[in-house]
Design a protein around this ligand. Structure first.
Ligand code: GAL
Length: 670
């Protein structure tokens, strides 16, 4: 069956291109200019209505479709398809006045006020009723409108309101817990409530983990995270079910946030969409923002199960929500967009079409900036539109990662709970270190959950698996036994899904596959380092590793500089079944981690296609094989590849010339 995104691409005549269109902010004359300029820029898809609730339903029960009717007709008349959003991310002021109990409450008991967006409690029945009503009305109104090509459910579930601690949430949490545990004994055991006299004798005694005197119960916290993500997912399912029933045949998506959103488990939301779409924004202060971009694109692909996905939002230049909002360099917008495309996106969209002159996001860049069409941004936006249209043939092709990087939201939640051996092991930091090493070596990786089918991958890396289900540990063991090559980072395998430590020595569920035992964790002080016997320094963490079948690849130096585990193994390798399993019992420097990944890839037989500094990703499909080359260096580089250059690429007998800072796409020949 044709994938829903590929079907959408066919309808659009190529790669989706556009952004959030918020016509509520503008007059009719501006709308007419908008559609003309959209055509000029090659825009074929816009997201409409994300924040239109107070316009379409100005009063309870009263709908006013005039604006949306006119805008949708206008867009359709100009050949621009619509990704129609349910407006449920921004309840109108009248809703809050009618239902003050639906306002979210913080862990310290402060009830938040109206005045922004997502000001609702995810478990509020009043919110659910109001949201369902407006979604129903919207779906009925536009089910047959010829412009509507996609439904956009809500906006970034949980971005601002995922964790609510009100009494309604407390009651919903108790119901969720009863479903999960059935008996209080099971809950008491899972949460370890016999410690600190927390044993519950009645379900009604259980509250959300609100602010308290000292450490909160970790089991309660972890389950509250799960419950909160599920509460949002319940709303997503409700909206999706209405849309599918009332407007069948139109695919449904929601803009997920990848690593920008800790609180909503992306792997749970993705299967509840017909096609996966994501937002990504660079952190201006991060010099390696382009690596974070690649990581998130690979996560989007992982969430999509390898299928093409849609980049629903990114920025043409600066955002407005960081301390200093740095503008993108000339050419960066193109590089960013084509990197998403390289990694499997079949649509490139922005927040937003026309830069606001009023409201909270007027200092956020847009496709059409304050300066108008006589601007660098507009010229780059129009040029990108033309290039995407010339690249239509890549739609539907897929990227197959050589390496799987295991990424998991519940593990992220658990690792960063209170009272751990060290607060310096931050999940994203560790994941980014490992990903950066793979990225530098041009090893394409899919980010997948630990329970995923790992058979397509020659190597699997797990930067951290603090929380690991027994069956996921068995999945890794089976993968290695059957010939796979695995590398696991420190402080892994320790806890079960309830954050209960597995006794008998660390790394718990991974002792056998890794062929070692650890009797004590030895975290390093801030600023302290441990010398490894390759002469590099490691940070934050050490372990006393006792080999039980593994051999040491690297050791902590056998001197006082070697830190608390001096002389002991720091990196190990264990031959297990037909494969191998490495353990990294510290946080090595970038060069050491890169070397480790290089050795792993060598052993797994994975060969990068381009030299370091030129990011290379291949998309393949029945129509051919396309190599994307993104040059991050200051020099032009020739990459040996045979094929035809798309866009203006020069491909000669010696290969493809990739200009400094440029992107080249080559349709490969045998
Ligand atoms: C996203 C959001 C958009 C806009 C954008 C600005 O998180 O979905 O509506 O606020 O950020 O970067």
């Amino acid at each position: 069956m044709t994938h829903p995104l590929t079907a959408l691409n066919q309808r659009l005549g190529g790669i989706g291109y556009g952004g959030d269109y918020n016509p509520e902010q503008w007059s009719r004359e501006v709308w007419r200019e908008d559609v003309r300029l959209m055509r000029e820029a090659g825009v074929n898809l816009v997201t409409v209505g994300v924040f239109s609730w107070s316009r379409v339903q100005p009063r309870p029960g009263a709908y006013d479709w005039e604006l949306l009717d006119e805008v949708l007709d206008l867009l359709h008349a100009h050949g621009i398809a619509v990704d129609l959003a349910t407006p449920t991310a921004a309840p109108p002021p009248w809703f809050t006045k009618l239902h003050p109990d639906a306002l979210p409450v913080t862990a310290s008991g402060t009830r938040l006020a109206h005045g922004s967006r997502q000001v609702f409690c995810p478990s509020s029945p009043a919110y659910a009723e109001a949201a369902d009503a407006v979604v129903t009305a919207l779906a009925k109104r536009y089910a047959d409108h010829p412009a509507v090509a996609l439904w956009h459910v809500h906006n970034e579930w949980g971005n601002h309101n995922a964790l609510c601690y009100c009494d309604t949430s407390a009651a919903a949490f108790r119901t969720w817990l009863r479903d999960r545990y059935t008996t209080l004994d099971a809950l008491n055991s899972a949460w370890g409530t016999d410690f600190w006299s927390q044993r519950y004798g009645d379900w009604d005694e259980i509250d959300p983990p609100r602010d308290t005197t000292a450490f909160r119960n970790p089991g309660q916290e972890l389950d509250y995270r799960r419950f909160s993500s599920d509460a949002l997912l319940t709303r997503h399912h409700a909206e999706t079910a209405l849309l599918r029933r009332l407007a069948p045949g139109i695919p449904v998506t929601t803009n997920l946030m990848g690593t920008l959103e800790k609180k909503a488990d992306g792997y749970a939301f993705a299967p509840a969409c017909d096609l996966v779409s994501v937002d990504h924004y660079l952190t201006a202060a991060d010099p390696d923002g382009h690596i974070d971009l690649a990581l998130n694109a690979d996560l989007a692909r992982g969430m999509a199960g390898g299928a093409p996905w849609l980049l629903m939002e990114h920025s043409t230049s600066a955002v407005n929500w960081q301390p200093v909002n740095v503008a993108k360099h000339p050419g960066e917008l193109r590089r960013n967009s084509l990197t998403h495309l390289a990694r499997g996106a079949d649509g490139i969209m922005f927040f937003q079409w026309r830069q606001s002159t009023a409201g909270a996001e007027k200092w956020h860049s847009a496709m059409l900036p304050h300066a108008g069409t006589d601007s660098r941004i507009w010229r780059e936006v129009s040029a990108l539109g033309a290039e995407l249209s010339a690249l239509s043939e890549v739609t539907g092709t897929r990227v197959q990662g050589d390496v799987a990087l295991l990424f998991d939201w519940p593990n992220w939640w658990a690792l960063e709970l209170q009272a751990r051996p060290s607060d310096r092991l931050r999940y994203l930091d560790v994941v980014r270190d490992w990903y950066a090493a793979l990225w530098a070596l041009n090893l394409t990786c899919d980010l997948v959950p630990p329970g995923a089918d790992l058979t397509p991958y020659r190597a699997v890396v797990a930067p951290n698996l603090y929380l690991l289900a027994d069956q996921d540990a068995a999945n890794l063991d089976g993968y290695v036994r059957q010939g796979g090559h695995l590398a696991v980072g420190c402080f892994s395998g320790v806890a079960d899904t309830q954050d209960r430590v597995r006794p008998g020595g660390y790394p718990g569920a991974l002792r056998d596959v890794l062929g070692l035992r650890v009797d004590e964790y030895l975290p390093l002080r801030p600023g302290q380092s441990a010398l490894l016997d390759d002469g590099t320094l490691a940070h934050d963490w050490a372990e006393r590793v006792e080999p039980r079948g593994c051999s040491a690849v690297l050791r902590f130096a056998d001197t006082p500089d070697g830190g608390p585990a001096a002389g002991g193994p720091a990196v190990t390798r264990h031959a297990h079944g037909r494969g191998s399993a490495r353990y990294v019992a510290t946080r090595p420097s970038a060069p050491t981690l890169r070397e480790l990944m290089r050795t792993l890839a060598d052993e797994a037989g994975v060969r990068p296609v381009a030299p370091e500094g030129v990011e290379a990703v291949r998309r393949t499909g029945p129509q051919g094989s396309y190599l994307f080359l993104v040059n991050h260096t200051a020099d032009d580089v020739t990459v040996p590849v045979r094929g035809t250059g798309l866009l203006d690429a020069k491909v000669t007998d010696t290969g493809a010339l990739v200009p400094a800072g440029g992107v080249v796409v080559v349709r490969e020949h045998e």
